[in-house]
Design a protein around this ligand. Structure first.
Ligand code: NDP
Length: 309
């Protein structure tokens, strides 16, 4: 029984050490060089270049080291029968929700504006916006989106959420389907994207959909960069329809040197830091799932390959 840790070294080194400590009976290879291909039964990965999966004939499962699996599922030679699991980490979900909350409060309390004023030596007060008058719409009410919604509800914001199936979360108004999306957008002063990247969600936030937001609305994207058609977003901010955006994820990371997000006065750009998964949990979930796969038991956090998340 062997696990191959196929990750960038900043993750691979600690996760390999955690696996070896937790399971001395399991062989763990960090990187492909030394691995005995026939012995590898699980791969922990983020993305998989063509040729990696077919190199391991006895693979039982692929464990994503992240919540999002878009990069893994993009591997052209990932057999349809091979189970893919992902990370579900309550600590990460809470971390992302707190990050979203920080960006929302920064916007509603005009903290960016006050920082600009401070640098100019300007003492000027602006009317704040009460939480009750600031409607939040959350795209995706999964593990992360439902935690984001819960935190906004807890501090008094009116909250709506859009998902494929209605979720009936306390204090959250459900929207589903295309009509539901349009209806929710029309009443979202803050729109938070926590969707997974799939063929159905790629490019979802373009000029048409973003124009449906009320004038002065603010976008917070912690899903994937590809959800947003960035030139459309920038244009709507420049035209004054949108107040601005906080973007933690980008189609190209880091964005190109001439990408307008670097210098746009109304865009907060962060380098995909909303929250990382816990490495001990990544190791534990992989080990647990490998043992389950060997015993023919149901896997935890199994990805629906058809739906793409
Ligand atoms: P989940 O799979 O738990 O939730 C996904 C949600 O999106 C579900 O509510 C699902 O609806 C909804 N959804 C998916 N497709 C559609 C659609 N076509 N129409 C409407 N709703 C849809 O994922 P997580 O919450 O765990 O993670 C979400 C994403 O967050 C990840 O895929 C990743 O891209 C991103 N992420 C970002 C991080 C960061 O640091 N910025 C860190 C971790 C993750 P339903 O429930 O009905 O199926």
């Amino acid at each position: 029984m062997a696990i191959l840790v196929h990750l960038p070294s900043f993750m691979a080194v600690p996760i390999t050490a955690l696996l070896r400590e937790a399971a001395p009976d399991v062989t763990v290879w960090n990187g492909r060089e030394a691995a005995v291909a026939e012995q590898v039964e699980a791969i922990i990965a983020w993305g998989l270049k063509p040729g990696v999966v077919p190199a391991y004939p006895n693979l039982r499962l692929v464990c994503a080291a992240t919540a999002g699996v878009d990069k893994l599922l993009a591997a052209p030679d990932l057999p349809a029968h091979l189970p893919v699991t992902r990370i579900v980490d309550p600590g990460q979900q809470a971390g992302i929700a707190r990050f979203v909350l920080a960006m929302a409060l920064r916007h509603t309390r005009a903290l960016g504006l006050y920082a600009e004023q401070q640098r100019r030596g300007e003492w000027k007060r602006h009317a704040g916006r009460d939480a009750a008058q600031c409607r939040v719409g959350v795209l995706g009410l999964g593990e992360i989106g439902s935690e984001v919604a819960r935190m906004f509800v807890a501090i008094g914001y009116p909250v709506s959420g859009w998902s494929r199936a209605a979720k009936h979360l306390p204090g959250v108004t459900d929207f589903t389907g295309d009509d539901g999306l349009d209806a929710m957008l029309a009443q979202s002063d803050i729109l938070v994207c926590t969707l997974p990247l799939t063929p159905r969600t790629e490019g979802l936030l373009d000029r048409r959909t973003l124009s449906r937001l009320p004038r002065g609305a603010y976008l917070i994207n912690v899903g994937r960069g590809e959800h947003v058609v960035e030139p459309d977003l920038v244009a709507l901010i420049d035209e004054g329809h949108l107040a601005g955006a906080a973007l933690d994820v980008f189609a190209k990371e880091p964005p190109a040197a001439d990408d307008p997000v670097w210098n746009h006065p109304r865009i907060e750009a962060t380098p995909h830091i909303a929250a990382d998964p816990s490495y001990p949990l990544v190791a534990r979930q992989c080990l647990d799932n490998l043992r389950r796969a060997r015993a023919g038991r149901a896997l935890l956090n199994l990805v629906d390959r058809q739906a793409g998340y």
